[in-house]
Design a binder for this molecule. Sequence first.
Ligand code: G3P
Length: 218
Amino acid sequence: MKFFVDTADTAEIRDLASSGLLDGVTTNPSLIAKAGGDFFDILKDICDAVDGPVSAEVTAVDAASMIAEGEKLAKLADNIAVKVPLTLDGLKACRHLSDQGTMVNVTLCFSAVQALMAGKAGATFISPFVGRLDDISQDGMKLIEDIRQIYNNYEEINTEILVASIRNPTHVLRSALLGADVCTIPPAVLRQLVQHPLTDRGLEAFLADWAKTGQSIT
Ligand code: G3P
């Protein structure tokens, strides 16, 4: 499974990229606003920091304007994935940009038939928002299960399932068990993935016992 980080905080991205565990980045207009600064400068900085796909979202709502924005964004770097919303205009733009060889991430997916439509439109990634479904008492992970089954049924669909709106490590665990292709994860949750209290306690005990030996490896 690929791990993307869901942030526009370039310092955070560089730090996580140094782990070698980061396969890409997703941004959205809210994350850009939170980071502050010039959109294009932020994107160029992120594209320099990671080799994998960097999702950059259009803000137009009609297909022609989305295509124009997408073409401009795609020129920034080879690893830009243009992000479009799951609307009919978004899917038109998706088909057009995808046919030009640009990676497209179709976002704001909340139903399995929406994901089927994005697959037909040639999306590189579909972004189902699991946390926002959980927030309204629906089962976000059931959506991932349904999309996985639908995409498995049709070998002509090459769209990768990019689980978005992740709130906790359990979302990542269940995504991996269901065979999702990518999780885009907030930095804090990404760091949580390696933590376990028994790891901390065990390490503390090993180091205390090692200190008693009075030895040093180096
Ligand atoms: O970037 C898209 C998605 O991951 C947003 O998540 O936490 O705003 O629901 P959230």
